[in-house]
Design a binder for this molecule. Sequence first.
Ligand SMILES: [Zn+2]
Length: 181
Amino acid sequence: MVENLRAAVVQDDQTGRVLMLGWMDDEALALTRSSGLVHFFSRSRQRLWRKGESSGNVLHVSEVTADCDDDALLVSVHPEGPTCHEGSRSCFASPLWRRILQREREGATDSYVVGQLAAGIAHNARKVGEEAVELVVAALGESDDRVVSEAADLWFHVLLLLRARGLDPDAVYDELRARER
Ligand SMILES: [Zn+2]
């Protein structure tokens, strides 16, 4: 018998980034509080589970706060590894980043992303250099459309470079946010 099923918004305690949304019944909430690791109630599997029980990517609890009418929870955490089962830090990662991870997972031999990642970090780094030069050239003498197109190429290849290094674009956003302070 599932009691008091509440939506639980999980947020990174350092950056404030929303990582995922899960559901907690009374038991999941009690276990989350007592163990210090986030537990959910899975509505599809109709059972309690500990986040990271199969992936190892657990969420360490810093604080759990209920909302004004006690039907939603804000769970502040320190995440270990990527929170999303698709490999990104957040389930709310940008669609472009999620598509890159998806292409990589599917591993189709005719995929541009797969080919770029397979070519290795030196290739990815050189590609970023080339795209940066193309953007510079466009910025200094070509149309706005060309500048946008080259900026998109550079942006995309920077994401591939991050992926090749095992980094997540959220780390870059965190760095930029830290500089605003
Ligand atoms: Zn996810």
